[in-house]
Ligand binder design. Structure first.
Ligand code: APR
Length: 243
């Protein structure tokens, strides 16, 4: 390969951790003291919609507080997008809006967005008010009970999979940043990138279940690691060769 021209980057909860947003798997499978099955599955929503609405209303409230802002890792990826002589696509598993608030333009939210809601009758997507629940009337059908968080739960298909697969197969470099690589299909994106001939690099606080499958690994806090790595890339110090 002559040089790196197309970079595809997967981000996970680890990139937002230093902005004050909890990761998913730090506390024995509990997310903000809830079982993931109760708050992040269609079955949990059917069983106890009140709990699920309340949970996402709280997460949305937290995300919109003044102290929650993008950190240097988000900012470094914006710098990469602006200054790199080639294409950069961010695929995020995060439902927060910190990449876009930092100024990222080429961005896919594969697991949905906390600040959006969806009508289950028409599939129309709306910017969410700070609070909504089973008593909120839907803007399109005017019915109550039709709005749900625009979030991909366990057992549901992530969004934009065709576009994601094509981008990965067409990449020269794939970076995985701040994700534990435990959730399919994001957990196998490195394989699609590899199939297309890309070099694969993981940047994470610690090693993950997939670390050994990457060509290179860098460990540390995203707020330090990502800006350093981006500077290296922009200087041309990351070899395109798979070692
Ligand atoms: N810098 C870099 N990495 C960090 C940092 C940090 N400051 N803090 C934590 N990490 C790493 C952790 O070591 C862990 O490997 O980020 C990773 C976060 O992993 P998870 O909590 O499992 O989050 P993620 O991989 O994004 O989860 C994927 O699971 O629950 C679903 O849909 C949800 O999108 C989510 C998906």
């Amino acid at each position: 390969m002559e040089s790196i021209k197309k970079i595809t980057i997967l981000t996970g909860a680890g990139i937002s951790a230093e902005s004050g947003i909890s990761t998913f798997r730090d506390q024995n499978g509990l997310w903000e003291n809830h079982e993931i099955e109760d708050v992040a599955t269609p079955e949990g929503f059917a069983r106890n919609p009140e709990l699920v609405y309340k949970f996402y209303n709280q997460r949305r409230f937290q995300l919109t507080q003044d102290n929650i802002v993008p950190n240097p890792a988000h900012e470094a990826l914006v710098k990469l997008e602006k200054e790199f002589d080639g294409s950069v696509l961010i695929i995020t598993q995060n439902v927060d809006d910190l990449h876009e608030r930092a100024g990222q333009e080429s961005l896919i939210h594969m697991h949905g967005e906390l600040l959006k809601m969806r009508c289950v009758a028409t599939n129309k997507i709306y910017k969410s008010p700070s609070f909504f629940d089973q008593d909120t009337a839907c803007p399109c059908c005017q019915e109550v009970g039709n709005l749900r968080p625009h979030i991909v739960w366990f057992g549901e298909m992530p969004f934009y999979m065709d576009k994601i697969q094509n981008a990965l197969l067409d990449s020269d470099l794939f970076l995985s940043i701040g994700t534990s690589a435990q959730v399919y299909p994001a957990s196998i994106f490195y394989r699609w990138a590899e199939q297309g001939g890309a070099k694969t690099i993981e940047l994470n606080l610690e090693s993950t279940a997939a670390s050994e499958r990457f060509n290179e690994n860098y460990q540390g806090r995203a707020s330090e690691l990502v800006p350093e790595f981006v500077d290296k890339l922009l200087r041309g110090d990351i070899s395109p060769e798979v070692s």
